[in-house]
Ligand binder design. Structure first.
Ligand SMILES: CC(C)(COP(=O)(O)OP(=O)(O)OC[C@H]1O[C@@H](n2cnc3c(N)ncnc32)[C@H](O)[C@@H]1OP(=O)(O)O)[C@@H](O)C(=O)NCCC(=O)NCCS
Length: 191
């Protein structure tokens, strides 16, 4: 079966659908409306995809943050990229992405991720990073990060454990999953 989709910048009116897809993919409490509004209001690239029937079938959102805040999100010590980025340097933190079950494995995540990254480059950001979900030994986003030139910095055990509102769909309670930290200097600068 072939699928078609349309990809666009996220629209305020459809935020509830993003919350629902995020919670389905990661577990209850992962997103709520205030959280997703804050992400949209940050103004960093946030793309959504819709299927033939107009349903939301995927999203990829990011945040532009000073390096020291991105480090906090990733539970890295301050100055984890010592000497290469100042704490106040704005960076693109790839926050979250999910694809509806029926549309997985068709390149949609890659398409949404590429759109976010291209905008970050256009906006003049020098650096992108993310904490990728590790489920057992598998990192669902590994191929996508690798194919876009990201490299692994480190692995952080129980990265999301402190988020008490969140019930991980894998752990069935507080999340004990690790996060793998990926990063990339954009435009080949500072490599
Ligand atoms: C991870 C996810 C976003 C990938 O979406 P997708 O549209 O299926 O991805 P793509 O079709 O663009 O595939 C990109 C690559 O990732 C690989 N991949 C996809 N899901 C994978 C998984 N669960 N484990 C390992 N590799 C996976 C694909 O095989 C593909 O590699 P290829 O180019 O060599 O074929 C999707 O599976 C999803 O929503 N998962 C649940 C939520 C999640 O894990 N989000 C990411 C959190 S960091």
């Amino acid at each position: 079966m072939t699928h078609t989709w349309s990809v666009q910048r996220c629209d305020t009116a459809r935020l509830a659908d993003v919350v629902a897809l995020g919670n389905l993919a990661f577990g209850d409490g992962y997103f709520d409306l205030p959280k997703i509004k804050d992400i949209l209001n940050n103004g960093a690239p946030f793309y959504t995809a819709y299927g033939e029937t107009g349903d939301l079938i995927g999203y990829c959102c990011s945040l532009y943050l000073p390096m020291r805040e991105a480090e906090r999100h990733m539970k890295l010590p301050e100055n984890a990229f010592a000497g290469r980025l100042e704490p106040e340097t704005p960076v693109c933190f790839m926050k979250s992405m999910a694809i509806a079950e029926e549309y997985k494995g068709k390149g949609l995540a890659d398409r949404l991720f590429a759109s976010c990254l291209a905008d970050a480059v256009t906006d003049g950001l020098r650096f992108a990073c993310s904490s990728a979900w590790k489920i057992g030994d598998s990192v669902p986003m590994r191929r996508i990060f690798q194919s876009h030139g990201f490299v692994v910095h480190s692995e952080i055990p129980m990265l999301w454990f402190d988020d008490k509102d969140y019930t991980c769909v894998v752990c069935k309670g507080s999340c004990r999953c690790s996060g793998v930290i990926y990063y990339k200097f954009l435009n080949g600068k500072d490599d």
